[in-house]
Every structure is written in C-alpha cells, then in structure tokens.
Design a protein around this ligand. Structure first.
Ligand code: CTP
Length: 399
C-alpha cells in the first residue's frame, strides 16, 4: 500500500531520532518516496547525510539553502505529501503544531499539509504526563491528526514509563492500514477526460476554449491515490498528472478524444467526462496556412462534433458509472439536470461561470452534484484537489 506514496518524514530533537533511520529505511523498502524535514535540534541527534543517503533526497531543515539561496517551499512539500509522519515528535514540536508556532520548516510544512498527519510522540514520562502535553495532543486530535501513542518501557532517562516512541515497524503498519482503508477504488478502471479540444482551421489556427485541465487532472490523480488504474484522455494543456497510477493519452480534437474513450470504455468501471469538448469543428480545415493579404475574410463552415459523453451513455452496460460536468452561465440547474438525462449519466457535476471561484483556470471550485432520482448535493468553495475527492466519494457511494 505504501508503494509510490509520497511521505514527508518530520524528525525533531529527541533521542528516539535514531529510530527514524530505521523508519526511513522501512518506508523506502516498501516503495514510498520519502522527503525528510528535520528541525535544527533534530540535527543534533541524527545527521542529514545519513538521512539523505537513505532517502535519496536532500534533507530539508532551513527555509533556504545558505550557499545557493535555493528556497524550499513548505507549501509545495505540504501539497506533494500523501502523508506526513512526525517521528519522533517532541513535546516542544507538539506544542508548536497545536498552536501554529511556525518558526521552523517542519511546523510550516505541517501547517501547509493537506494530507493526513501522523504524530509519534517521544519524551520522558513526566513530560508525557504533563497536562500541557495532554492538552496539546487533544488539540492535534481535534484537527484530525492521528496520534501514534507512545509505548511503555525504559526511557532515555533510565526511568520506566509511558513515552517511548512506537517502534518503526508498528508506525509503518499504521500507515499501511491507513492507506488500505483509503484505497476504495483498488482494482477499478477509471477513465477521465480533461482539458479543451482544439479543432483545426488550418495548420496554425484552431477553435478551442479556456479550459486548463486542472479539474480533470485533479480527479485523475485523486482516483489513482484511491487505488484506481486511471486512463486520462487529455486535450492540449500544460498541467501534468503527478500519480504513477495515471496513464495519460494526449489528443487534440473531439474526434480523437472520442476514439480514445470508445477504445477504453468497454473495460472501464467509472468514466468521468471533465473535458470541455468543442461542440463544433471546421468542416474543411485548410491543409495550408490561410493567408491574409488580398483575401476576403474566410467564411468558416462548422460541423457538429460527436458528443462523447452521450456516445458512452448510449453504450453503457449495467454496473458502469458515467459522470459528466456542466459548466453553465445561466439556467444552471435545469441545464445540468437536462444533460444528466439526455446523456444517460449517473451523476453530473455543475459549476457556474457566474461564480468567481469556479470554472476555467482557477485553483478552486464550487460544485453542486445532481444524481438520478436524488436531491442535489451542494458543496462550499474548496480547492480543486478537495473537490476531486468529494466527487469520487460520491461516485463510490453509487458503486
Ligand atoms: N461533452 C462531451 N462531448 C461533447 C460535449 C460535451 O463529452 N461534444 C461532455 C462534457 O465533457 C461534459 C458534458 O458533456 O461532461 C456536458 O458538457 P457541456 O459542454 O456543458 O454540454 P453540451 O452538451 O456541449 O451542451 P452546451 O454546450 O449546449 O451547454
């Protein structure tokens, strides 16, 4: 379950940091990609050289590398992560995390992380039992963080009690169990369309639209993280899928997109039609560049493009799920419901161009989901990454 997962391993200044080396080795052995972020006092216990040799990546401690000036973006690391594990977590770091005291790279990364966070406390028994530690851990739990409870045993102080960091093998097991539960699409084949289509007028010009593909790519990545084998049929865009489970097929026109989708559809369990497909294409694209000089403005005759979603809807067999999108500027809800029925969809996701936080090019979206024979589900503004998870969670309920 950890294969290909992006794990941020946060190491703080406790004697149990020596166990982080074993934890790192186990994670790497299981196929995870690990980025170590260490606090300044963590480096007093374990050297970055050991950690970078084992992880295959430079260890991050500071906000920038002094000799090169290279800036380390805690936001990028936070977004890259599928999980963040802080092991060992000292009382000091737990307190900073609980109260947002972002004075080092580890805590800023924690505050930027969208992924689940696992905290493995390690400290002396009295520190562990102190009401402030108990209160801070309760705060972390209330933020949705997972606390990997420390074990009882002999501590660095030679006292015996509760405060030993959980063994690396057990921490890996906790992560493994977490990701198994988070893989509801394991064994499923998911087809996603994304981006615009370009319909050629001549070799240098086309009819297209403003779609950037961000929503479709976020869905493809999220489905792969949930364990699906994803085929992403994409029009021309500049974004890339980041998950290994996504196979991207690049196409240009609606007809090419249809051909790729029809090939994949018989084997597909769930298809999500996120592309902004051009409805019309020039009837007779010119093989050579249309010249300006001396010519009257050209008249471009258009022909209707195939409706990819409706074609798949007509060929849908029991058990297959087909989901569409509707980007509307007016009569949003009635237009969306009409498309749900006319294209034989199981679900349609509406976003309105009237909403400034939804639509082309934005990093956020605000959606309403319509299903056959059920009440609409309205969601608040969220990042496209979160919206992708909401959509997939609803699809899973249909399956
Ligand atoms: N769609 C498609 N093929 C097309 C047009 C649309 O597969 N030729 C899919 C889109 O990917 C989306 C859904 O159909 O999932 C609705 O797309 P939209 O452009 O909103 O609807 P249209 O049917 O094109 O209707 P209109 O442009 O008139 O609103």
């Amino acid at each position: 379950m950890l294969k290909g997962k992006h794990i941020v391993l946060g190491i703080t200044g406790g004697i149990a940091a020596y166990k982080s080396v074993t934890l790192l080795r186990l994670l790497v052995k299981r196929g995870a990609e690990v980025q170590v972020v260490i606090t300044p006092s963590g480096k007093e216990f374990i050297t970055p050289v050991t950690l970078s040799a084992l992880s295959g990546k430079p260890v991050i401690c500071d906000f920038f590398t002094a000799n090169t000036g290279e800036w380390h973006s805690h936001v990028d690391i936070g977004l890259w992560a599928d999980a963040m594990v802080i092991a060992p977590a000292t009382a000091c770091t737990i307190g900073k995390m609980a109260h947002g005291i972002a004075d080092n790279m580890l805590v800023t990364t924690y505050l930027s992380a969208k992924a689940p966070v696992f905290v493995a406390p390690a400290m002396d028994l009295d520190m562990m039992a102190h009401p402030s530690t108990t209160a801070n851990l309760a705060l972390l739990r209330s933020y949705g963080n997972h606390i990997i409870e420390p074990a009882e045993g002999e501590l660095a102080s030679h006292l015996t009690g509760r405060g030993r960091m959980e063994e690396p093998e057990r921490i890996v097991e906790v992560l493994d169990e977490f990701f198994s539960r988070k893989q509801p699409l394991a064994g499923k084949k998911v087809l996603v369309t994304a981006g615009p289509t370009y319909e050629r007028i001549d070799p240098v010009r086309f009819i297209g639209n403003f779609s950037t593909g961000k929503m479709g790519y976020a869905i493809a990545d999220a489905a792969a993280r949930m364990g699906a084998e994803v085929t992403l049929v994409s029009g021309p865009v500049s974004v890339k899928a980041s998950e290994k489970g996504v196979t991207t097929e690049h196409v240009e026109s609606a007809r090419e997109m249809l051909a790729s989708c029809q090939k994949a559809w018989p084997e597909t369990d769930i298809a999500i039609m996120c592309a902004a497909v051009a409805d019309y294409a020039p009837a007779n694209p010119s093989g050579t560049k249309i010249k300006r000089e001396g010519n009257e403005p050209p008249q471009i005759t258009l022909v209707k493009n195939p409706d990819i979603a409706a074609t798949l809807g007509a060929e849908k067999r029991p058990g297959q799920i087909l989901v569409g999108f509707a980007l509307e500027t007016d009569s949003e809800e009635s237009n969306a419901v009409k498309k749900l029925h006319s294209k034989n969809l199981d679900m349609i996701v509406l976003n309105s161009l009237r909403d400034p936080q939804a639509g082309f090019g934005t990093d956020t979206n605000k959606i309403t989901i319509f299903r056959q024979g059920a009440e609409p589900l309205r969601f608040p503004v969220k990042s496209k990454r979160e919206v992708a998870v909401d959509i997939l969670d609803e699809i899973i309920k249909l399956h």
